[in-house]
Design a protein around this ligand. Sequence first.
Ligand SMILES: [Cu+2]
Length: 125
Amino acid sequence: MKVVFVVLAVASLSGCGGGYGATAPTNQGVNTPPPAGGISVINNSFSPATKTVAMGATVQWAWNSCTGDAYSGQMCTSHSVTFDDGTTSPTQDQGTFNRTFNAAGTYNYHCLVHGAAMSGSITVQ
Ligand SMILES: [Cu+2]
């Protein structure tokens, strides 16, 4: 028993020394915090859901829809930012999307995957 224990301990030590991330899951997700004034895409809502910006402003949505960790595995849920006027982000489970607003008005959007239950609006003044 003692010999087996020592062998296992050495094996796990060499595993740690084999290079950081060498055994990490390949589908590890990446959450992206939104920049100041940006909007977080979470499960299953936009935060903040309503926002007012000045004409000419660029708004960034950042996907934060991955849960879990590197040990148990991460689950990343797909969402989109799809405006009523047809402008849309890809349906994606991580990353960002930017839109610049050059005309005043209210721009309603929702997630193609989750429908009206996951919606928001940008008011441009
Ligand atoms: Cu969604």
